[in-house]
Design a protein around this ligand. Structure first.
Ligand code: AMP
Length: 397
């Protein structure tokens, strides 16, 4: 595992600590839908409170595009965090500026302050040096616990880390790195990698990097149709990215060289139009009519994928098996989530990489070894690339 400095390795007692969290939770009309990302940050916050640190918290929420978007204010998050902690969380409706400087200065030992959405400032995404300076001047220590944005070179995730001499990872960041590292360090065999969703391009480097570890590559979701089409199977109007055919061909050779079994769907749920209550049918994978598209894996595929998953000793899954936002096309994804739960019960190492896939797990009493808070970040981690934010937290001699 990458040797990382933990918040517990450094002295934060009584100090002003600037912390980056990933409080990117769904909010509708000011009401928070699912607060699991807030709960995941609590151990670090509670540790800092216990150390009587003066805690200045930053996070992004969604993509406001570098300007103030009222519905994306972090004010409801300050309230919810206050409820979860049983302690006041002060809030300023600015990310930098005089109000922020004063609020940070006024913090007493163990008190908490949340700054406004970092992405209300254009300078966040461009890692602007003046913006970085303003943030860094608020505190003497920097803690990054935002694994979900660890692949971003933004001001609050990267620039500030460089600007601040004392820096460390929060407890969630450490837990994420520790768990995902298990997949890259002698994972128990057989190892099944399950990928789904629409964007094949972002997942190709993961397959390449993991090829010599994995025994099975299970592909579902929209991505599967590019693999099928490339092999000459008719897929009707399903999602296909022909520009990636050369990459798929190259991948097939890599998989063959590494003795990896490529497992594709046997059947599909198809429809002419995506929407709730539309007509749909189940067909064998080679029998999708030209005007129809595959929107979920079918029952034979669920059974097939499940049988492989429950026999695996290591499983990593990212990406839905179908257009899971539109029921009943969520069935395949939910069934794969259940199979992951069964594999966990059998003692296997089961890890799900955030993003959309976590929605199939939560609230369903499905146990996993680890549910990552970062979709894009966990995929990037598994490509073997060093994530910019994590590289800044490495132990220094
Ligand atoms: P990704 O960001 O690559 O993980 O893709 C997630 C998206 O893939 C979700 O919004 C799903 O609706 C979409 N998706 C999954 N399966 C299909 C499919 N068969 N056809 C079209 N989109 C799909």
């Amino acid at each position: 595992m990458i040797p990382i400095t933990s918040v517990q390795d450094i002295d934060v007692r009584g100090k002003r600590v600037l912390c980056r969290f990933d409080f990117n939770v769904p909010i509708k009309d000011g009401i928070i839908g699912d607060d699991w990302r807030l709960k995941a940050a609590l151990p670090t916050i509670q540790y800092l409170i216990g150390q009587k640190a003066r805690i200045i918290m930053m996070s992004h929420l969604d993509r406001p595009g570098g300007k103030r978007v009222e519905k994306l204010t972090l004010a409801p998050i300050a309230m919810r965090l206050g409820e979860l902690l049983g302690k006041e969380v002060k809030f300023v409706d600015e990310t930098v500026g005089q109000k922020v400087v004063e609020a940070a200065k006024d913090l007493k030992e163990g008190e908490l302050l949340l700054l406004e959405n970092t992405r209300f400032q254009q300078e966040e995404n461009t890692n602007d040096s003046e913006f970085v300076e303003k943030l860094a001047s608020l505190a003497t220590v920097y803690i990054n616990d935002a694994f979900g944005t660890a692949h971003r070179k933004h001001a609050s995730t990267y620039g500030v880390a460089i600007a601040m001499k004392e820096r460390a990872a929060g407890l969630l960041m450490l837990k994420e790195v520790e768990n995902l590292s298990k997949l890259l360090m002698d994972p128990p065999a057989p190892f099944s990698l399950i990928l789904g969703g629409a964007k094949l391009k972002t997942k190709i480097p993961v397959i390449k990097n993991l090829a010599h570890f994995i025994d099975n590559l299970i592909i579902g979701g929209g991505m599967a149709f590019s693999f099928l089409r490339e092999k000459g199977v008719p897929v009707g109007d399903s999602l296909v990215d022909e520009t990636l055919f050369p990459d798929i061909e190259a991948l097939r050779s890599i998989l063959e060289e590494n003795n990896v079994r490529l497992i594709l769907p046997l059947d599909a749920v198809i429809t002419e139009e995506i929407g709730e209550g539309v007509d749909c049918e189940v067909v064998d994978i080679g029998s999708i009519p030209s005007a129809w598209k595959g929107v979920d894996i079918g029952p034979a595929t669920i059974e097939y994928f499940t049988s492989v998953i429950i026999k695996s000793k290591t499983v990593f899954w990212n990406g839905p098996m179908g257009v899971f936002e539109v029921p009943p096309f969520d069935k395949g994804t939910l069934e794969i989530a259940k199979a992951m739960g069964k594999a966990t019960e059998r003692g296997s190492l089961t890890i799900v990489g955030g993003g959309d896939t976590d929605k199939a797990i939560k609230g369903r009493h499905i146990e996993l070894s680890h549910l990552s808070t970062g979709g894009g970040a966990s995929l990037r981690f598994l490509t073997g690339e060093e994530l910019p934010a994590i590289s800044m937290l490495k132990k220094r001699r």
